[in-house]
Design a protein around this ligand. Structure first.
Ligand code: GLC
Length: 753
């Protein structure tokens, strides 16, 4: 009945075709169709991998086919093609409900039994961490500053989720770029379903022993971030808009005068001439080259916004070239589509086409060659201000790999293709440097091209809370590099809110202060001395823990793990963590519990099982309990895990200001601890050809004797750390200290070697 191929099987029955591909022993691709068509991947799937066939056995017994891999059994009922996934112990991990896949007119669905307690992931969704009981939709949407906890559609689409049950974990990635739906127990207590308004029933079942492994396997499929330039982890300042050029310089200078570290300044849409992309305003930015040079001399990087909409203007070369070469998205009558965005009537490059991306990349290359360091892609849902449902018509026409597709299919992936073009342009300009791109809209796989932020929030406490589950679910959906507009974009910022936001924001992967035009100015010094001092303290702290954050990015690039993690990611067996959305882990060692209500100087904090130390005063806590923690205005509750090793460095005004030779290694008491530290030049792509170092730092602590081991496990980068300064935290009894078997004496709990 079935045909076996080296990567799976194909069966036909009742006018339907089922293809099961074994991507590896834990990742199974299911494709079911009632048409004569071949399976298509979206841009989410990383192409260069997944072609090593893996061992599996297939057997057939009356109406049942059983496929066995090294980790799973997949049981297919040939009558209705319903599928069951079991682990090696025979435990059912996931099972179709009532026949599984159904085809309606232009609507496909897959029904599954609802056996899980929690569902995480789904990328950038408003609301809380766990999405059980909700119905969700994927359709990139510019909410124009009106979103709240209940908003269904936001800028990004990640048709991926993780199911957690007491006994198992798995993920499902629905590789379909049409408007898709996920009903996670909203309609029924017995089943959940996912489906789409078109396209194919093409999904991946992703098994993992725990959430960590599911994320690792999901990012094996959809790719992981490349190491970002280290400066993109620094503090970044933005506003819609800093104009004229003198204002940009004044802001930059103020950071330096006030000694508040800052790496990047953003230029929002007003730097352009009439919002024409790749131009400079002739009045307000007349001497932009001089401005760029001065910023560079002060150690600033510059990121400019580049939107997709190209102004309709015959005198404008980008428009003319686009029209002459037929590069723009068309309407259903094959006429270039025109919609309103900031420049007025605008046309939209069809970024799905290779030739269009190459053209855009060339334009971008010339533009950034003048001294731009990174690109911010906005309005790329694409947002069309006068469009039906804020975007272009779904029957607009794109071309992908030479084939015509409609906007209904292209919409959700448009921004990711734009990010791909942008990455190509930055690499054309500086082939040896790591590109940095920030994107508002996205589809799964965006992590290979760009960082993202959560769009137009507002200066409201609700939005400070909201950013936590949003960034955590993005992290669980393969995108580790995200952040929120610190201080809030819309509405006037307020002092206390800004303080609380910066306190939390410095621990989010992407740190950028941004605010809308017409709102109160929002720099760290805009709200008076108290706010300035507290902001400075926390921004400095970000620069201090930068080696730790950079290490987390290294882990993200290797395993796809989030930088900012929900507690359940680290403590899946502790049920109390399953629904925590207002605390998070920065990596596996630091727990952050932001204050996100006004006039609150105390916070309830749950600490998972184990021993924790209060970062500020060293107080020891036993986990597995809730505590009330004092949080005066300048304190965010922070806890470090026993046995933690936290690498730090001295603060700089901007990354690269000083040659850093010394690594400060904080050891927190515990019977043992281990940590791998990564180093490279922070800017070039040489790490990808081996120019990096990995150092294993380890300790054991028994009866007052501390033994530390420093072991270089990979050496490929010459300008790394030359000195270590060990700082001992909470070790109240230190009789003897050995470092690589040599005895050292600590002075004030510090040793420098
Ligand atoms: C959009 C962006 C915002 C930007 C503004 C002007 O609203 O989300 O960040 O400042 O457009 O470009």
């Amino acid at each position: 009945m079935f045909t076996k191929f080296n990567d799976g099987i194909v069966v036909k029955n009742n006018g339907k075709t089922l293809q099961i591909r074994i991507v590896n022993s834990k990742i199974i691709n299911v494709f079911i169709t009632d048409k004569d068509e071949v399976r298509k991947d979206t841009i989410a799937i990383e192409k260069r991998k997944h072609n090593t066939p893996c061992n599996f056995d297939v057997s057939e017994n009356s109406d049942i086919i059983t496929i066995k891999t090294e980790s799973l059994s997949i049981i297919v009922n040939l009558n209705d093609f319903s599928i069951k996934f079991l682990n090696l112990e025979g435990l059912v991990i996931n099972e179709d409900y009532n026949g599984g896949v159904r085809f309606y007119n232009n609507d496909i669905r897959c029904y599954k039994k609802l056996n899980e307690d929690h569902y995480y992931g789904f990328g950038e969704k408003a609301g809380y961490l766990d999405k059980k009981g909700e119905n969700l939709e994927m359709w990139n949407t510019d909410e124009l500053m009106t979103h709240n906890q209940g908003t269904k559609l936001l800028y990004q689409s990640y048709p991926f989720f993780i199911g957690l049950n007491k006994k198992y974990t798995y993920g499902i990635f629905f590789d379909n770029s049409f408007r898709s739906f996920f009903d996670m127990g909203f309609e029924s207590n017995e089943y959940y379903y996912f489906g789409a308004k078109g396209g194919q029933m093409n999904y991946y079942f992703i098994y993992g022993e725990n959430i960590k492994e599911v994320v690792e396997n999901y990012t094996y499929l959809t790719g992981r971030i490349n190491m970002p330039p280290m400066w993109s982890l620094g503090n970044q300042q933005s506003r819609y808009s800093y104009t004229p050029q003198e204002k940009v310089l004044e802001i930059a200078k103020t950071f330096r005068e006030k000694e508040i570290p800052c790496d990047v300044i953003y230029l929002d849409i007003d730097y352009m001439e009439g919002y024409r992309v790749f131009t400079w305003n002739k009045e307000t930015f007349l001497n932009y080259k001089e401005m760029l040079k001065k910023l560079r001399d002060m150690g600033f990087k510059v990121i400019t916004i580049v939107d997709p909409g190209v102004k309709k203007d015959y005198a404008y070369n980008v428009y003319r070239e686009g029209i002459e070469n037929d590069y723009f998205v068309k309407d259903k009558f094959s006429i270039p589509f025109i919609g309103h965005v900031w420049p007025g009537e605008s046309l939209f490059p069809d970024f799905l086409r290779d030739d269009v991306r190459h053209w855009w990349a060339d334009k971008l290359k010339d533009f950034v060659n003048e001294g731009i360091d990174g690109i911010w892609n906005d309005m790329n849902e694409p947002s069309v201000l006068d469009g039906i449902n804020k975007t272009m018509p779904e029957d607009n026409v794109h071309y992908l790999n030479g084939y015509k597709i409609l906007h209904s299919e292209a919409h959700n992936v448009y921004a990711t293709y734009m990010a791909m073009a942008t990455q190509e342009g930055l690499l054309k300009s500086r082939p040896n440097e790591r590109p940095f791109i920030l994107s508002r809209a996205a589809f799964s796989g965006i992590q290979r091209y760009a960082a993202v932020w959560t769009g137009d929030n507002r200066s409201l406490y609700e939005h400070l809370l909201l950013m936590m589950p949003m960034i955590m679910n993005l992290g669980l959906s393969g995108q580790p590099f995200s952040g929120s507009d610190v201080g809030g974009f819309g509405d006037d910022g307020q002092e206390e809110l800004f303080i609380r936001w910066i306190e939390a924001g410095v621990f989010t992967p992407f740190l950028r202060i941004h605010s809308a035009n017409g709102t109160r100015e929002q720099e760290p010094w805009s709200f008076g001395k108290r706010c300035e001092d507290i902001s400075k303290k926390y921004i400095k702290m970000r620069y201090e823990i930068l080696p730790y954050i950079y290490d987390l990015f290294y882990i993200a690039s290797q395993k796809g793990y989030p930088v900012m993690r929900p507690l359940v990611f680290e403590y899946q067996n502790d049920e109390n963590t399953h629904n925590i959305y207002d605390e998070f882990m920065l990596g596996d060692n630091i727990l952050v519990a932001p204050v996100y209500l006004p006039s609150k100087e105390i916070r309830e904090v749950y600490l998972p099982k184990g021993i924790w130390y209060d970062y500020w005063n060293g107080k020891e806590f036993e986990g597995g309990k809730h505590y009330l923690i004092d949080a005066p205005i300048d304190v965010i509750p922070l806890f470090v895990k026993e046995g933690a090793i936290i690498p730090k460095q001295n603060v700089q005004a901007y990354i690269g200001e000083k040659q850093i030779d010394e690594l400060i290694v904080e050891l927190y008491k515990g019977s043992c601890g281990e940590y791998i530290h990564y180093e490279d030049d922070g800017i070039s792509i040489k790490y990808s050809s081996g120019e990096y170092n990995l150092t294993d730092l380890k300790f054991e602590y028994v009866n007052g004797i501390l033994k530390i081991y420093i072991n270089r496990i990979y050496s490929g980068y010459k300008n790394g750390i030359k000195k270590y300064k060990f700082v001992f935290k909470n070790f109240n009894k230190l009789d003897k200290i050995f470092i690589n078997d040599h005895e050292y004496k600590a002075e004030n709990y510090v040793i420098e070697i």
